[in-house]
Structures are given as C-alpha cells and as structure tokens.
Design a protein around this ligand. Structure first.
Ligand SMILES: NC(=O)c1ccc[n+]([C@@H]2O[C@H](COP(=O)([O-])OP(=O)(O)OC[C@H]3O[C@@H](n4cnc5c(N)ncnc54)[C@H](O)[C@@H]3O)[C@@H](O)[C@H]2O)c1
Length: 252
C-alpha cells in the first residue's frame, strides 16, 4: 500500500476527478480529508471510502476564502499533526463567452476559486510540510493553463496562474523536500465537462473538440487520477515544478 498512514487532503473531492482521487488514494491506505463547498457530495465521498474499509473525514471549505483555508489546515494540523499530500483540485469552469462578452463577475469568481484558491492552499499547506520535513502537492491546472482556450478567458488565465504558481513554489521549496507539480487535463468527462450538455448549448461541439485531440477521444477520470498517483508516488521523487499534460496528445 503506497500511501499507508499518510494524511492526504483533496479539495474539490465531492465529485468528479477529486472524488475518484479520494477513493483511489484511500485504497492505497491513505487517510483522506475530503474538502469541498458541496457538503452532501463531500459526505457521500466519505461514506464511499468508509464503506470500502478506508479512513476519511469531510471538512467543508470554500477555497476562495482565505480564512476558511486557514481553518481547514489548522484543523488538519490539530487533528492529525501532519499533512503528507495535498491535491489542490477544486475548480470551476465559469462563463463560456468571448473575451469582450465575458462578465467581470465571472472573471472575479473564476480567478478567486481557481487561482487564489490554489495560492491560499499552498500558503497554508507548505508551513506544515516544512515543519515535518517534506511533502507533496499536486495542483490541478488544465491544458488551458498551457495554451489558450477560446471562450474561456478567465478559466485559461486562472489555470495559467496555477501553472506559474506551481513552478514558482516548486523552485522555492525543492531543497526542503517538498515536491510541487501541476496536472493539466484535457476535456475529461465529469460533472464539469459533460459532452451531452455542451452539445445542447452548441450543436455538434463535442465532436469538434474530440476531433482536435490526437487520440480522438475525451479523457477518463481514472486517467487523470493515474497521473496524480504517479506524481504523488516515490516513482516521481525527482519530479518537481512540472506541469504534466494528460491530454491524448493535444499539446504535443
Ligand atoms: N473535467 C475536465 O474536463 C477538466 C479539464 C481540465 C481541468 N479540470 C480541472 O479539474 C478539477 C476537477 O474538476 P472536475 O472535472 O472533477 O469537476 P467537478 O465539477 O466534478 O469538481 C470540482 C469540485 O470543486 C468543487 N468546488 C467548486 N468551487 C469550490 C470552492 N470555492 N471551494 C471548494 N470546492 C469547490 C465543486 O463543488 C466540485 O466538487 C478542476 O480544477 C477543473 O478545473 C477539469
């Protein structure tokens, strides 16, 4: 069991990639702190882990609010005394509109959750990891953090910010035995990316998006989780500051 007795925080773990990661890391023996704004989904993830014989707790947190992130990490410190792995995965897609039509409100909301949220998390997590002598962080960015994504100016800006923060913090704390990487998924079927719902808005769009991916298919949640598990494992012990595309070749 790769993560036996490790304390693992996953934000955005009430659904999608975060929930699947929570189940997978729990299967490897980790104690999972499931964190999300969605309380019902979070409790459900905890129940799924427990009914599989694993350990988990839910701590409701809005990552866009610094005091809530401070409380989350203080709570983890007091309850468990350490934090081995943090998956800063919470995120929102925001409005789909061209730059001129994008609302200031959606810009601020997306930047607050996706960019400030990751900054707040790392700001609070790294001191615990420094104190205990090391740790691993994986921030969920996107291929939209490596290239433009038309009709998603805020999302793309926020995910470029995640990649930049990941690289910067990785360089700062590399000598302190803290590895920090970013996962960059392509379109991956999840509650956030539902091809059918998208086609309902713009007819035929999902086939067009798929056609642009060299593998000619969307990503699967378990493929994203597999990359997260690699980045958190000892197999990646010399990997830090990397923004890893898991994208069927899109950014090749
Ligand atoms: N699915 C994709 O195609 C795709 C592609 C690239 C990147 N991503 C990224 O992967 C991550 C997970 O997305 P997903 O596809 O599993 O979507 P999802 O909507 O299923 O999961 C996102 C989770 O984040 C939570 N969340 C939203 N705002 C929050 C906040 N302020 N504080 C705490 N939690 C909050 C949601 O409640 C939800 O549980 C996101 O960061 C997303 O941007 C997804």
């Amino acid at each position: 069991m790769e993560h036996k007795n490790k304390i693992i925080l996953i934000t955005g773990a009430s659904s999608g990639i975060g929930r699947a990661a929570a189940l997978a890391f729990a299967n490897e023996g980790g104690t999972i702190i499931v964190s999300d704004v969605n309380e019902n989904g979070g409790e459900e993830t905890v129940e799924m882990i427990k009914s599989n014989g694993g350990n988990a707790d839910f701590i409701k947190t809005n990552v866009a609010v610094f005091e809530e992130v401070e409380n989350l990490t203080r709570n983890i410190q007091e309850t468990y005394g350490r934090l081995d792995i943090a998956l800063n995965n919470a995120g929102i897609g925001g409005q789909i509109a061209r730059t001129v039509d994008a609302s200031v409100e959606s810009w601020e909301q997306v930047m607050a959750v996706n960019a400030s949220g990751v900054f707040f998390c790392m700001k609070c997590q790294i001191p615990i990891m420094l104190k205990q002598g090391g740790g691993v962080i994986v921030n969920t960015a996107s291929i939209a953090g490596l290239r433009g994504l038309p009709n998603s100016i805020a999302y793309s800006a926020s995910k470029h910010a995640v990649v930049g923060m990941t690289k910067t913090a990785a360089m700062e704390y590399a000598k302190s035995n803290i590895r920090i990487n970013a996962l960059c998924p392509v379109f991956t079927v999840s509650p956030m990316f539902d091809p059918e719902a998208l086609d309902g808005m713009v007819k035929g769009i999902s086939e067009k998006l798929k056609a642009g991916i060299p593998m000619k298919r969307f990503g699967r949640i378990e493929e994203q989780v597999g990359a997260m598990m690699y980045l958190c494992s000892d197999k990646a012990s010399y990997v830090t500051g990397h923004a890893m595309p898991v994208d069927g070749g899109l950014t090749a």
